[in-house]
Ligand binder design. Structure first.
Ligand code: FE2
Length: 150
């Protein structure tokens, strides 16, 4: 068996990104790193800082990358979306409101100017909405009703 440990996100705006993940996903900061192995420097030549954040038992690594010296072009799609499951249906509305408040606060520079979507429910009763982080990475926030106990 295995478990997913962390998701790594590269950004040319690390301070803003760390703050947004703390404000939106309630992440805590575990540690920071400013010295890297030869392998890391070979893979990511412009890295100068890495911050590990954690929410629940899931970790997110945020590292800086100079957009002039980017291994992966800043415009490349890194993944289509990453889904977070929430345990209470009312958290969908709460998180969507939180996203909109952060978007409209003026504290963040968002690379994409598309607001969080409406909350939709599919025929199986799964409700979700989609939103972007400040770098333009897409997240789904999803609520799945638990089967009734018999
Ligand atoms: Fe999905």
């Amino acid at each position: 068996m295995f478990k997913f440990d962390h998701l790594a996100i590269q950004t040319d705006d690390i301070e803003n990104t760390v703050r947004w993940y703390k404000d939106f996903f309630h992440c805590e900061e575990n540690w920071k790193l400013t010295e890297f192995s030869d392998l890391t420097l070979q893979r990511l030549p412009s890295i100068t800082k890495l911050v590990e954040l954690q929410t629940g038992n899931f970790k997110i690594h945020i590292f800086d990358i100079n957009s002039d010296n980017c291994v992966v072009p800043a415009t490349a799609v890194q993944y289509q979306h990453f889904c977070i499951e929430i345990s209470e249906i009312n958290q969908l509305e709460e998180l969507k409101t939180c996203w909109l408040n952060l978007y409209e606060s003026g504290l963040y520079k968002f690379k994409r100017h598309e607001k969080a979507t409406d909350i939709v429910t599919d025929k199986d009763g799964i409700s979700s909405f989609y939103c972007y982080d400040i770098n333009g990475l897409e997240f789904e926030v999803m609520y799945k009703p638990q089967p009734k106990k018999t």
